[in-house]
Design a protein. Structure first.
Length: 429
């Protein structure tokens, strides 16, 4: 019986199509008992498996038969995904084939061809008169042009730019444009090609207000940042929804080379705060990037450290910044800040002497009074309150606490030994 399937639901006709035995396929097809469209347990048709395995002779034979449904399971999408060029040419000649038919997630054959970097497949699709190059997106909302830019195949991006009927301004569910993706991935050749075109908005922000330059600065793509700063359409002072600039995020993430590039642009303000009052210097210092703070101090002759950065520097007692400020030629700020550091040092030494005297009397410190470093600051009021709490925090007092804890431990230790001995002797009740 030629219709009996195996345990997976694969019929003899299905297996013959899968393996490419075209003579057996022809014999079984002419048998009236065989259903050439019967699916296996996974819902896969014989024609689909023949296309997936690039069985050109079998696929050619089946396409010429009326019983075959070329739409079922969308085999055309699969051959575009796999890059089977000869099969793509063959199926595009069939009037029943829709080159825009998407899968359930929304990706079209053109989308997957761009994303999989199949240049010849994309070329054939773009030449088809029935193609809708603007349709198709994945479950995250990434369109065709975004898929091509993310994949990084320069030739495909050039073909799409020349086609003219592609949606170049499409954004995904988070508002990221096609230009955003190569900037984040560091695809220099793609970014350079897109900057030549007037079809692409090179400064389009996403839902958070982050521009491609902001994203490139965030991840430290130096070559991309250098290209973008040379373009007059790119604004290096653009703020996102939190009021943060590209310099701000570069300082926060410790991207020293990017910070140097940005500071070389006279449009950039190194003292610009965000919506919470944080400055590039304060977030860099809070994150431990001292070298970036020194870069900011040397960037402009009239640069002034904000109050928040001064408080963080004092609380962390950073020697490099202190030395720079003491030796700095910036007269407007160095004398004042140096005096503040000297005053803070004298106060700290007095507090340390007092702490050492009290510690020697008590014998040990109570838990919960360890010194804490200021790691991140959101608002100036929070920073001031934190500094004042550190200065006014109560110090450990009393020498009886440590002795009392030792006595409790000895008593408990003695009871445990008595219980253990009672168990051994059998007198425990």
């Amino acid at each position: 019986d030629p219709t009996v399937p195996d345990i997976f639901g694969n019929t003899p006709f299905y297996v013959a199509c899968c393996e490419g035995h075209v003579d057996i396929v022809k014999v079984l097809y002419e048998d009236g008992r065989v259903d050439p469209t019967e699916c296996n347990q996974d819902g896969v048709t014989p024609f689909f498996i023949a296309c997936q395995n690039n069985r050109i002779e079998v696929a050619t034979f089946l396409l010429q038969r009326d019983k075959i449904d070329p739409y079922k399971c969308n085999p055309f999408y699969q051959i575009c995904k796999s890059g089977h060029i000869e099969l793509v040419k063959l199926m595009l000649k069939d009037p029943r084939i829709d080159p825009n038919e998407p899968i359930e997630a929304g990706q079209t054959p053109l989308w997957v061809g761009c994303y999989r970097k199949h240049t010849e497949v994309v070329r054939l699709l773009l030449q088809h008169p029935g193609l809708d190059a603007a349709s198709g997106k994945n479950y995250r909302g990434m369109g065709v042009f975004s898929a091509a830019c993310a994949a990084g195949e320069l030739q495909i991006v050039q073909m799409l730019l020349q086609h003219g009927h592609v949606d170049y301004t499409h954004t995904d569910d988070k508002g990221n444009s096609a230009f955003m993706r190569p900037c984040k991935a560091g695809l220099t050749d793609i970014v350079a090609e897109l900057l030549k075109s007037d079809k692409v908005n090179v400064s389009q922000p996403n839902c958070l207000g982050n521009t491609p330059l902001y994203t490139a600065c965030s991840v430290g793509k130096v070559d991309i940042v250098e290209l973008l700063l040379k373009d007059s359409r790119v604004n290096p002072t653009y703020k996102n929804k939190h009021g943060q600039t590209p310099l701000f995020i570069a300082c926060f993430n410790g991207r020293e080379k990017v910070v140097r590039l940005l500071l070389g642009d006279l449009r950039v303000d190194p003292e610009q705060p965000d919506n919470f009052g944080n400055t590039p210097a304060s977030v860099a210092l809070s994150s431990g990037h001292v070298e970036i703070v020194l870069l900011l101090l040397r960037s402009r002759p009239d640069f002034r450290l904000d109050d928040m950065t001064r408080q963080i520097a004092k609380s962390k007692d950073i020697a490099e910044i202190k030395e720079f400020l003491l030796d700095s030629t910036v007269a407007s700020t160095s004398d004042t800040i140096a005096g503040e550091f000297e005053q803070y040092d004298s106060e700290s030494s007095e507090e340390k002497e007092t702490d050492s005297d009290e510690d020697s009397e008590s014998g040990e410190n109570e838990p919960g009074y360890e010194e804490e470093d200021v790691v991140a600051v959101l608002k100036p009021s929070d920073m001031n309150q934190n500094i004042e709490e550190q200065k006014t925090r109560p110090k450990p007092r009393g020498q009886g606490l440590g002795i009392l804890r030792r006595l409790k431990f000895l008593v408990l230790h003695r009871k445990l030994w008595l219980m253990f001995l009672a168990l051994l002797t059998g007198s425990f009740c």
